[in-house]
Design a protein around this ligand. Structure first.
Ligand SMILES: Nc1ncnc2c1ncn2[C@@H]1O[C@@H]2COP(=O)(O)O[C@H]2[C@H]1O
Length: 250
């Protein structure tokens, strides 16, 4: 499986844009500023966007991305945005409200819209051709999904934004054997209090989550470093590593 991290930062001014993973040419997970890595032609191939949660670093490019896709509605193939009931309600109310952005479920016409919203639930398996996406709950300040992405007998778990919680370990364990796991690591160890407050991880908490897993993933990837503290997080990640090591997604 070749998942491309178009954006892997936890904010603005990092080495990459904010969260956006490209699973294949038609499937994205989240729509942060990493979307800007796509050429116009590539944007127009996107048909499925899975949202982990409603925070703006994960959805900020969604409206303008959809604004480039009027041709897909013409072709009768709308873009589907998948998310939990809470996430979809949040973007309906606060984004696609005709004030921040038009409600693209009604454009260019209600009969042939370019956007459809599809509610998904934890544990559900959504198949798109040969790719299976399965949401699971993480622990964050707003309801958040991580996603297991399965293709060709390979499984990657994208844990999205999360703080440390036993429930997250249980939910990841329930996914079965993992080839790759992508953890967030937003703050350095000395900012653990802020990490707890904002439901995020530090290198130490990340290690604790990893150690709680019944079966170790083959590879561990790290993303969502907050740009203003990224140097300290990089340093701590190098100093304390799990047996399989971990690599920061750039
Ligand atoms: N108490 C808090 N609750 C939520 N977010 C906070 C808090 N303090 C700081 N933040 C910041 O607000 C950001 C909202 O997006 P994130 O969850 O990515 O990261 C969060 C933190 O960087």
């Amino acid at each position: 499986m070749n998942i491309h991290a178009l954006g892997a930062s936890g904010g603005l001014g990092g080495l990459t844009g904010s969260t956006c993973l490209q699973v294949n040419e038609s499937i994205l997970i989240d729509a942060g500023t990493g979307v800007t890595q796509l050429l116009l032609k590539q944007m127009q191939q996107v048909r499925h966007i899975f949202l982990s949660h409603s925070h703006s670093d994960h959805i900020c490019c969604l409206p303008m991305l959809l604004g480039n896709l009027f041709n897909v509605a013409d072709a009768g193939t709308p873009v589907t945005v998948y998310g939990s009931q809470d996430t979809l309600e949040a973007i309906r109310e606060h984004v696609f409200n005709w004030v921040i952005w038009p409600d693209m479920r009604e454009l260019p016409s209600k009969e042939k819209p370019l956007l459809r919203l599809q509610e998904i639930n934890a544990g559900e398996q959504i198949w798109i051709d040969d790719v299976c996406i399965e949401p699971f709950r993480t622990y964050h300040t707003v309801p958040t999904f991580g996603f297991a992405i399965r293709k060709d007998n390979q499984t990657t778990a994208f844990v999205a934004d999360t703080g440390y919680a036993e429930s997250v370990i249980e939910n990841i364990n329930a996914l079965g054997s993992l080839d790759d796991i992508i953890f967030e690591c937003s703050f350095p160890n000395e900012l653990e209090a802020i990490a707890h407050q904002s439901c995020h991880l530090t290198p130490q908490l990340c290690l604790q989550l990893l150690e709680g897993l019944h079966k170790q993933p083959r590879r561990v990837w790290i993303n969502h470093l907050k740009p203003d503290v990224a140097d300290a997080v990089h340093k701590q990640l190098r100093e304390v590593q799990p047996p399989q090591g971990w690599q920061v997604l750039l």
